[in-house]
Design a protein around this ligand. Structure first.
Ligand SMILES: Nc1ncnc2c1ncn2[C@@H]1O[C@H](COP(=O)(O)OP(=O)(O)O)[C@@H](O)[C@H]1O
Ligand SMILES: [Mg+2]
Length: 245
């Protein structure tokens, strides 16, 4: 069963052709890493999946629902599909626990006792139970990103999108965040699409690696194949460049 399916998708920003002939199927439970040069369309592709960007042609089916169909409830899709960005945007005037409890309270209408119990469980999973009462200004960037992940997980999504979740972090905080993402992706019923430049991490978690350039998918390879000998020469070039880095 596929969780995400792009069929001949075209995306334009005005006249600029940002996604070209995208065909991509991600099965339930799969972890797919998306890489490519800056400006290649990675964020655009990820953002179409939960309707943050519209598509102009083709079909995009997410968890059985056609995103472009007017009858599709986009809020329902966003409940099923969590997203974590490069710049964590926590509610600065609410403590860590409240940040995690807010959406389940409003969207899922969970009662307070159940909501708090679940939120504390999730904070425990991301290693931050002891920071529950802290304000966002009182935790590190890496911890804030883990709260952002916890906040998404509190909605019990079927699918998670990560868009360069560690790119804005100091090096010493990256591993803690990657460890949490690895834990999330190891849940057998979770589907994940991860944009990242962390190639060691990609090698550990991904079932497949997709390489994009100039709005096109140029390679879609099984992980071991991708790192040994990617099917596209530009992917090979890109890989050797970032691994040297
Ligand atoms: N809102 C927008 N309006 C116009 N052009 C955009 C917009 N967002 C992104 N683009 C352009 O689309 C291309 C792909 O961008 P993006 O998806 O952010 O790439 P990546 O995440 O791979 O760096 C870039 O050329 C970028 O300038
Ligand atoms: Mg991007």
């Amino acid at each position: 069963m596929s969780m995400i399916e792009f069929r001949d998708v075209q995306k334009y920003y005005g006249k600029f052709h940002a996604l070209k002939d995208i065909n991509l199927e991600i099965d339930k439970g799969e972890t797919v890493v998306l890489i490519g040069p800056s400006g290649s369309g990675k964020s655009t592709l990820a953002r179409t999946v939960n309707g943050l960007e519209t598509i102009q042609e083709g079909q995009l089916i997410v968890n059985g629902h056609d995103i472009a169909d007017r009858k599709t409830d986009i809020n329902r899709i966003r409940t099923d599909v969590g997203m974590v960005f490069q710049h964590f945007n926590l509610y600065q005037n609410k403590n860590v626990l409240e940040n995690v409890m807010l959406a389940p309270r409003i969207v899922l209408k969970l009662d307070e006792t159940e909501n708090k119990k679940r939120a504390m469980d999730i904070l425990d999973q991301v290693g931050l139970a002891d920071k529950a009462e802290n304000m966002p200004s009182q935790i590190s960037g890496g911890q804030a990103q883990r709260v952002a992940i916890a906040r998404s997980l509190a909605m019990r999504p079927k699918c998670m999108l990560f868009d360069e979740p560690t790119s804005a972090l100091d090096p010493e905080m990256i591993d803690d965040v990657l460890r949490v993402i690895k834990y999330v992706t190891s849940q057998s019923d979770m589907t994940s699409l991860i944009v990242t430049h962390e190639m060691g991490f990609a090698q550990e978690v991904a079932n497949r690696v997709i390489f994009m350039d100039q709005g096109q998918i140029l390679a879609d390879d099984e992980t071991s194949k991708f790192f040994e000998n990617p099917s596209n020469p530009r992917a090979k070039q890109f890989l050797s460049k970032i691994i040297k880095h």
